[in-house]
Design a binder for this molecule. Structure first.
Ligand SMILES: Nc1ncnc2c1ncn2[C@@H]1O[C@H](COP(=O)(O)OP(=O)(O)OP(=O)(O)O)[C@@H](O)[C@H]1O
Ligand SMILES: [Mg+2]
Length: 309
């Protein structure tokens, strides 16, 4: 049997009139990476907070188990087994880099000598060794994010929870963080993550959930979801007169069209049929490519909501 680290069954969370999470169920396997995806306000952060005990789920027929513990009752047990990177940076601006980490080590009862060894290793791992004495305000956004990841790893967690670890970071830092997360996964750490970067979810997740308004829309391995729910290829055409002509042609050929935006999108499993649709367009007028997770995301969470379940 597979080793399950997180088990969520029929969990909801209501804030006054808002149902932030609405009947979610999923499981996360040991040493896998699981991503929660969804537009702003979908309920990702709320779901995560219920997993590490920072928010209580609605009462009722529901279950959350993290390493077998219910976070509503055993927040501390889960805290000792997990590291959390919250959505907002919450470093202490009054302290420098190493002081921020030492304070945290004390929360976890890690002895000073041991803490210094771990901190040196983690700053090295996240390529921050040169910044050990820097003030927090002297760090760039990417450095702060990496420091918070280092902090989350200080207690040698078995579960790493990251709420938008790479939002606003440049591509180099994002790729560096992906590499580090892959290494951590290989070492046996389970990762739960939210992100707005579909490429990130695709690159590092074994399984994803796409949420919308607190509910699950799709769940599964990203490649499998793409295969099952999207045509393989997309032709993007800058709208205009050409767009209208092509839409008619596509209709005749049974090619799915999304014409709700400035760029008209044509979807098909057949590359040649899209190629022939693009025939005669100038190279700068179209882009023919493989479909990706972002296409699926927009389709399921509302680029063109009509016709989508
Ligand atoms: N403490 C709170 N009190 C009241 N409403 C809240 C609270 N926290 C979240 N909400 C509401 O719950 C819904 C889900 O919010 P949540 O922060 O979980 O979304 P999210 O998917 O993390 O969004 P984002 O991508 O913007 O971070 C939103 O409608 C939000 O306004
Ligand atoms: Mg959030």
């Amino acid at each position: 049997m597979k080793d399950i680290v997180i088990n969520v069954e029929n969990v909801s969370k209501t804030f006054k009139t808002v149902k932030a999470v609405d009947g979610l169920s999923f499981t996360v396997e040991k040493a896998s990476c699981f991503a929660l995806l969804g537009p702003n306000g979908a309920g990702k952060t709320t779901m995560m907070k219920m997993i590490y005990g920072r928010a209580l789920r609605d009462r009722g027929q529901s279950k959350i188990q993290v390493f077998g513990y219910d976070p509503a009752e055993s927040e501390l047990d889960i805290k000792y087994l997990s590291g959390v990177v919250p959505q907002e940076n919450n470093l202490d601006d009054e302290l420098n880099v190493i002081e921020n980490l030492l304070v945290y080590a004390r929360f976890y009862d890690i002895g000073a000598a041991e803490a210094r060894v771990r901190i040196a290793g983690l700053l090295e791992f996240l390529e921050l060794a040169e910044k050990v004495k820097s003030r927090i305000r002297e760090l760039s956004g990417g450095m702060k994010r990496r420091l918070i990841i280092a902090r989350a790893l200080l207690n040698n967690p078995k579960l790493l929870i990251l709420d938008e670890p790479t939002t606003g970071l440049d591509p180099q830092v994002r790729h560096l963080i992906w590499d580090k997360l892959r290494q951590l996964k290989k070492s046996g750490i389970t990762i739960l993550l939210t992100t707005h970067y579909m490429e990130e979810a695709f690159e590092i997740s074994d399984s994803i959930i796409i949420m919308h308004k607190g509910r699950m829309v799709l769940e599964g391995p990203p490649r499998k979801l793409l295969q099952e729910h999207m045509e393989r290829y997309v032709l993007e055409v800058l709208s205009g007169e050409e767009g209208e002509r092509l839409k008619k042609l596509a209709d005749e050929k049974n090619i799915r069209v999304d014409g709700s935006h400035e760029v008209t999108l044509f979807y098909s499993h057949n590359f040649e049929s899209l190629e022939s649709l693009a025939h005669g367009l100038g190279v700068w007028q179209y882009h023919l490519r493989q479909s990706n997770l972002e296409d699926l995301f927009l389709r399921t969470t509302g680029r063109a909501l009509s016709g989508v379940e």
